[in-house]
Write a protein that binds this ligand. Sequence first.
Ligand SMILES: *[C@@H]1O[C@H](CO)[C@@H](O)[C@H](O)[C@H]1NC(C)=O
Length: 378
Amino acid sequence: MAPRASQWAIPLGASFGIPLGLYITFLFLGGFPFFQRHFLYAHRLNTLFWHDLDKPEYWGFARNQVTPFTLASGGESLYAWHVLPLRSFLKNEDRLQNTPVGYSENITATESFKILKDDPGAQLVISFHGNAGHIAQGLRTEHFHTLTDTSSFHILSIDYRGYGKSTGSPTESGLIQDGIAAVDWAINVAGVSPSRIVVMGQSLGTAVTTGVVEHFAIKGTEFAGVVLIAGFSNVPSLLSSYRGAGFIPVLSPFRSIPPLLRLFQGLIVDRWESASRLAEIVRLTRTRLRLTLIHAKNDLEIPCHQSDALFKSAASATIDQALDDETFMSWKNQRSTRFDDGTFITTVTAEPDTIIRQELIPYGGMSNYHNARPRASA
Ligand SMILES: *[C@@H]1O[C@H](CO)[C@@H](O)[C@H](O)[C@H]1NC(C)=O
């Protein structure tokens, strides 16, 4: 006997009705800035309950290779890590072994700080992480290992306000202020000149990086390099194509109903306009800019066309006329090396001493960007 339609009604209702109900609730809550910021920043999703950030050895670092400390940003206190490059660590192992381990109340008194400050050639990556989690969550520590095992870069990383053990709660202006505080600390306290600093961000961290670098560009301060890994042009555009955790649609179902899409996009409080900020950074460049955009082709969360949009905005700022899409693509193709698997490297050079590079790599989806390295000296 063939099953009657009503026999399917309950399982079908449950399998579509429950996710749909959750989705509608989520959209409704998203209209309130409080919930919207919790969704965007996901700062309360972390593993602090069972991970002690003051014990970096847990993540495979050598004793005193990492010094946890706090730095001030406005009225907030930001939890930070200073990671020594393995080379400096090995050279100074004896000195480092005999000092207290873990969180430092006075970072300037530590041996690792002196190794950074006393070396006039020391290079520093200031690393801004993506949303959710804390400084050591997920693959973040793997990325620190890759960098510090294979290069002589020190790393300074922070948990923004509201993240991990930092105080406060996140907003766009607050996170940019935190990023500026980290750079100010590196320049003024650690004495690292901007010409030896690479500012690097991943995902949400690319938006922070762009906001911070724009702030310094306005003051005429230029860095050794700016690296954006899995960036996005702005939040409204990202949400129309973003899939949370690789599968949860946010606003993409509304792409076919433009007025509704615009309505929802209009409610977004923290817009993170990185594409226009990048163009501004290019226009403000006085002596030198090294900007690298890296994206993985298999990134299911932030689609790689988002980096195309960032690149277009930055590259267009180097030429005086606005090119239509087709002309821009052929202009870009002349400056690109394309590979069989659909990936490419594009390099644009311009005056004054500007190199903008976009790299599409085949793998690295879901934040797994182990191989992304800063290119400060290129
Ligand atoms: C921190 O250490 C530095 C260097 O040893 C010292 O000059 C300074 O007074 C210390 N600050 C505090 C608050 O103890």
